[in-house]
Design a protein around this ligand. Sequence first.
Ligand code: KIV
Ligand code: ZN
Length: 518
Amino acid sequence: MAESSARKIVIFDTTLRDGEQSPGCSMNLSEKMEVAQALVDLGVDVIEAGFPIASPGDFEAVSEIAKVVRGPAVCGLARCRTEDIDRAWEAVKHAENPRIHVFLATSAIHREHKLKMDKSQIIQRAVAGVARAVGYCSNVEFSPEDAARTEEDFLCQVVEAAIRAGATTVNIPDTVGYATPAHMGHVIRVLRDRVPNIDEAIISVHCHNDLGMAVANSLAAVEAGAGQIECTVNGLGERAGNCSLEEVVMALRTRIDYYKADTGVVSQRLVPTSRLVSHITGMHVQRNKAIVGRNAFAHEAGIHQDGMLKERTTYEIMRPEDVGFTTSDLVLGKHSGRAALASRAKALGFRLTGEQLNTVFDAFKRLADKKKEIYDADLAALVEEQIRGVADVWSLESYQVTSGTNRVPHVVLKLRKGDEVKSAEMDCGDGPVDAIFLAIEELAETEVVCKDFRVHSVTVGKDAQGEVTVELEYQGNTYRGRGISTDSIEASAKAFLNAINRIVSLGNGEPETPRPNV
Ligand code: KIV
Ligand code: ZN
């Protein structure tokens, strides 16, 4: 728990901006609202809700989040351009505590090749950008993009000028994930030693994970005096992602003795929030992922199990319940009632309305007819499927497929769209799943390329539910889908349809507006 002498580190979550920039992680408005609410419950300090100039959808999401979120600051990203900053302000102005985040690249590589600007032009543009944002609100963050590869002297000059122009947070991005912990710590110390007005702003870090060091680099920055960490749930973000929120938060909390710093994050919300983001984005969390992975607290080795039974701390530095894993062995079955279901769902971190509970209960009864024991993981997958589905433009009515060695599969598929049921019967594909995918493409009149297809079992046993995830490419964009069922072919069909529905609901079949190159 927090030591009274611990320094409070500001947690700036950018899941909805940098995280959403990962291919295939686009979210629609209601999904973004749900993630924003989860971030409030998680206790982050700043929510970077999007890049308002990037598209009308981004603008709307930032502005809706600004209107409803209470507690954390709501931030919109802008390049150092008048139109970006004005648009960002339009979007965040309703927030209880609005923040504008302006950025401009400062490294020689970016100056020469991307911006074609010299150092004095960069300083001028950065100062003008910060000043324009300060004209709108007092909470302004400035990021010298690619700071980790910027010459130290020049970085100090830019940071000093940005603070003089009114920036209250100066963020040091390792945009390409090039830094090492010692390097990052050094940069922060240089800024603290050489920038005369550095104490007038909070120093922040924004580390990418290209070399797998984003969390270590962020921690090194904190050790050197940074006061804000930019991070994302499940480490989502451009390329290899950003600093993982759950890891950096638990590193600080667990090693508070060393860092003498902590955050306001409610650690018990980490697993539910990770699950939510994984479900919404379709981005699977690897089993051995620190803190929130399914195996993060599983002890397999006999010696470890023996040690755990004697004294938990022999092999455990955190308790699973501290990060939001439930520890109960309660298993539901077909005789379990609505109250038992509601209580398990609550323990798993879901807040269901009466209507949602009814829907989940009906689905639970259907599942209990097929599967004797329903574990927490089954229930979580079921709740997510029922309450967090993408709006079902197309849904699976029924399927039949016959296939075998040396024969082309025969598929009969019925899909529902509103009141209309469309059916297709065809011989196609090189297996039952491929045949169903082709039939769906035919009925939905949407041609896609399947880039990835994975089947996982939700729990153990022959009757375990299969969870299928697919990644489809459509008009140059990536869309993910997920489906669960005790029948893995049906789960595949549902996952494929989920991605097709995402194509229809996110892009209306049109490619998304390309984002300005960040
Ligand atoms: O990685 C980066 O440099 C960014 C900035 C916009 C902060 O995302
Ligand atoms: Zn970034």
